[in-house]
Design a protein around this ligand. Structure first.
Ligand SMILES: *Cc1c(COP(=O)(O)O)cnc(C)c1O
Length: 367
């Protein structure tokens, strides 16, 4: 006889209250469930161009040596990043995706009785890592869908340990002016770590935008997180990194699993850094695709939140779930974002021109 046992009651309170991250629907799943063929996925902000061929070749070559553990110190990748970014290798912490380093920050610097501040409609991983360590999430209201730095500043108290800022933010595509963000970071008390998540940094084309990397040398409490999942097209390999002072990196590295980034990912990321031409191609393709989609959406009489990323949120002015379902039946996967407090919006990733066209035609059909 088996004993009945309430497993959920055994979980830590923060964990009990969590809902798992909802990823974009995989293509194979859609084709299996809906019987559609040649579906397109514009749901996870992946780079439709894919990675640099140099990165793929490096990963392939690394396959030869998978009997060995990867280099836990990520020597080559850190050296390449240090050169690329103009920082010291000791300032870099590598992650299994940048989600990994976001979690390191939460685990290393917060716990129960601590507060973590982030904005409404901000990236879904912030509440997950906050609650998982038993810290209290303090969610500040958004301003025109973007982060309200004044509200975030006002939310800081003596229990605050961490602030997550996505610049640009996903899913809204909103961004913060460099001068505003700099002033905010410099004004944050030193007992609070600020994580600036720059997952889409490469795509931004705004004169008043800047990476906060320059500030790292002056701010002992700043962490800048970056990823190879978006503009570099390596989402499937899982590799990202944090840049901070060596002191912060030392702390982050204490909670990092020794072999968190696999050898294929290390090789591919190192090679990807060396192909600036491919990166520029991806960025140019995104710019054209953004124009194509936003013009198409306007033509359908719909509005959208101006985005500097590789995705855009379309306002359907009514619950978007039904439209999402109908798009699935047309073989087009986008992302419903009701779980981000945005039930009337759908987020669409910028794809290749024919994919964007397919999306626009499907949208016209179903609205
Ligand atoms: C996609 C994304 C990431 C990166 O996730 P990885 O773990 O590096 O794949 C980080 N932050 C935001 C805001 C994102 O949208």
């Amino acid at each position: 006889m088996t004993m009945r046992c309430d497993i959920a009651a055994l979980a830590m309170p923060g964990v009990r209250g969590l809902s798992p991250y909802q990823p974009g629907k995989p293509l194979e799943e859609l084709e299996r469930e809906y019987g559609v063929r040649n579906a397109v996925k514009l749901a996870s902000n992946e780079n439709p161009l894919g990675p640099s061929p140099k990165a793929v070749a490096a990963a392939r070559a690394a396959l030869e040596n998978v009997l060995r553990y990867p280099d836990g110190g990520a020597f080559q990748l850190k050296r390449a990043l240090a050169r690329h970014l103009g920082v010291d290798a000791a300032q870099i912490t590598v992650g299994n995706g940048s989600n990994d380093v976001l979690e390191f920050a939460a685990r290393a610097f917060t716990g129960s009785d601590c507060e973590v501040i982030f904005s409404a409609h901000a990236f879904a991983v912030y509440p997950i890592v906050t609650q998982a360590v038993g810290a209290k999430a303090v969610v500040t209201p958004a301003r025109e869908w973007g982060h309200d730095l004044d509200a975030m500043r006002a939310a800081i108290n003596e229990r605050t340990r961490l602030i997550f800022i996505a610049n640009p933010n996903n899913p809204t595509g909103t961004w913060l002016r460099a001068t505003d963000l700099q002033a905010f970071i410099l004004g944050v008390p030193q007992h609070v770590i600020v994580v600036v998540d720059e997952a889409y940094f490469e795509y931004v084309d705004q004169s008043e935008y800047a990476s906060m990397l320059e500030l790292v040398g002056r701010c002992p409490n700043l962490i800048v997180a970056r990823t190879f999942s978006k503009a570099y097209g390596l989402a499937g390999l899982r590799v990202g990194y944090a840049v901070s002072t060596p002191d912060v990196a030392d702390i982050l590295n204490r909670v990092r699993q020794p072999f968190n980034v696999n050898s294929l990912a290390l090789a591919a990321a190192t090679a990807a850094l060396d192909d600036g031409e491919h990166l520029r191609k991806a960025i140019a393709l995104n710019r054209e695709g953004m124009r194509q989609i936003t013009l198409g959406v306007e033509r359908l009489g719909l509005s959208f939140i101006p985005s500097v990323g590789n995705f855009v949120c379309i306002d359907l002015t009514r619950p978007a779930a039904a439209i999402y379902e109908k798009l699935l039946r047309q073989g087009v996967i986008v992302r419903p974002i009701a779980n981000y407090g945005m039930p009337n919006h759908l987020r669409v990733t910028i794809g290749l021109a024919p994919e964007n066209e397919r999306f626009l035609q499907a949208l016209e059909k179903v609205i």
